[in-house]
Write a protein that binds this ligand. Structure first.
Ligand SMILES: [Zn+2]
Length: 443
């Protein structure tokens, strides 16, 4: 199992790192961010996801609480009625942010909770008690569901649970067991998942669109394409585990969580997203909410004002599973027709302006602020160009899939291309052109 610091970053997997960073910082701040990683076998998506376990920050809970009660907002049946003084007496402790997995063969009882048979059959003090399942135990942390498209196809019970957990922020879970009162709990869990859309039963959005829409972001993970990257990956086992890098990442999450409120997306970004939603008739408002949240957390992680680059970056992962190529083109048209820059008066300086930009890596794409006029001339061309490139990307991916589907079904549907040179009948050829000696073949 590769360590976080040993994983080689390249253009095919970098977006997943960036989106998972957003999710961790969000989870720490109490806002779940659900992420679905899609990619072919061998692209390393599950390796990256599991490596995040090493760099997760700690959370503080009421001492010994298996539900991970936040001392400031206790929610479990045992602690939710206690006063702060009573909680102080119990004490608090720091634990690693939970990271638990739901396997493709998981049953509802193990995911939600079931009756604790060891307590029920205890000879001294038999009692009906609850054995907590994966989701309530992961409160304030992450639950990873590998091969989510298979689960969506074969386990409707688990899908219903995930829909409840991911439906609102925080989500809800209901634990019902014969002999015990029904327990309903708020759950604050970020769901991470992975799937290979080219394997049976196919892409998640085709199997259970409702579940697919619950993911704030869907990230495509691709193979590396450059030789030097492959060489680096081959040698990466010998790279020393770098604790410094892991510690720096953890600190970055904590700082982003503590400063999050200073990075509210600006009005012009909200205007652009609103016009995309309306003009383009996006089915789910979750898409826009995911973009706004993503931009805010990403800016806090990078310690700089929300930028056009942030908008386009998060929009790609927020739109990927919600629109098709035609709709993306409609977005471009709507951006062409609407010059939002003329509509956005600024009433006050953004708090983000006062933040040091010494870590600014995307200064060139930042919004150009004109303080004298109190308006923001927003460069729509850069947004449009980035969306256009993204649209082309989606188009080629969909074309590839269409060709694959055709070739898997009816060979008569395959459009054959004629060879570049016109064929010549064999009787018109000289013998030397189609009969070769051994020596000629060896040349
Ligand atoms: Zn508790």
């Amino acid at each position: 199992m590769k360590k976080y610091s040993q994983i080689v970053r390249h253009s095919g997997n970098l977006p997943l790192f960036d989106i998972l960073d957003i999710s961790v910082a969000g989870t720490l701040a109490g806002i779940p961010v659900h992420v679905h990683a899609e990619g072919l076998r061998g692209t390393g998506k599950t390796t990256i996801i599991r490596a995040y376990k090493e760099i997760l920050p700690k959370i503080t809970r009421i001492k010994g609480c298996l539900y991970n009660c936040d001392p400031a907002r206790p929610h479990c049946p045992e602690h939710r009625h206690l006063t702060s003084d009573q909680i102080k007496k119990i004490g608090v402790e720091q634990i690693d942010m939970p990271f638990l997995e739901i396997s493709p063969s998981a049953k509802k009882g193990t995911v939600v909770g079931s009756i604790d048979l060891s307590k029920l059959s205890s000879q001294d003090t038999p009692e009906a008690a609850l054995l907590l399942g994966t989701i309530p135990k992961a409160h304030r942390g992450i639950v990873f569901v590998d091969e989510i498209n298979r689960i969506a196809d074969t386990s409707p019970e688990i899908v219903d649970l995930l829909l409840d957990v991911m439906g609102t922020k925080p989500g809800r879970i209901q634990i019902e067991e014969a002999g015990l009162p029904v327990l309903e709990l708020p759950v604050q869990v970020s769901v991470w998942s992975a799937s290979n859309p080219d394997e049976e039963p196919g892409p998640l959005e085709d199997i259970r669109r409702q579940l697919s829409d619950r993911f704030d972001f869907t990230v495509k993970v691709e193979r590396p394409t450059e030789v030097w990257i492959i060489k680096k990956i081959i040698n990466s086992n010998s790279i020393q585990d770098d604790n410094v890098l892991a510690t720096q990442k953890t600190m970055q999450f904590i700082e982003a969580c503590n400063t999050l409120e200073q990075y509210e997306p600006t009005n012009e970004i909200k205007n652009i997203l609103s016009s995309i939603y309306v003009d383009y008739k996006i089915e789910s408002l979750r898409c826009i909410e995911a973009c706004l949240l993503g931009i805010k957390i990403r800016s806090a992680l990078l310690k700089r004002s929300p930028s056009v680059a942030d908008l386009v970056f998060v929009a790609q992962s927020a739109l990927r599973h919600r629109v098709d190529f035609k709709e993306l083109n409609d977005i471009l048209k709507s951006l062409d027709q609407k010059d939002v820059s003329k509509e956005v008066p600024i009433t006050a300086n953004s708090p983000a302006e006062s933040i040091s930009n010494k870590h600014d890596t995307a200064k060139t794409t930042e919004i150009n602020r004109d303080k004298n006029q109190k308006t923001i001339p927003f460069n729509l061309d850069s947004v449009k160009n980035l969306f256009r490139r993204f649209a082309e990307n989606i188009k080629s991916a969909k074309d590839e899939k269409r060709i694959m589907n055709i070739s898997n079904s009816n060979p008569e549907n395959i459009k054959l291309k004629a060879p570049p040179q016109k064929a010549i009948p064999i009787d018109k050829l000289d013998v030397a052109e189609y009969v070769k000696t051994d020596e000629e073949l060896m040349r």
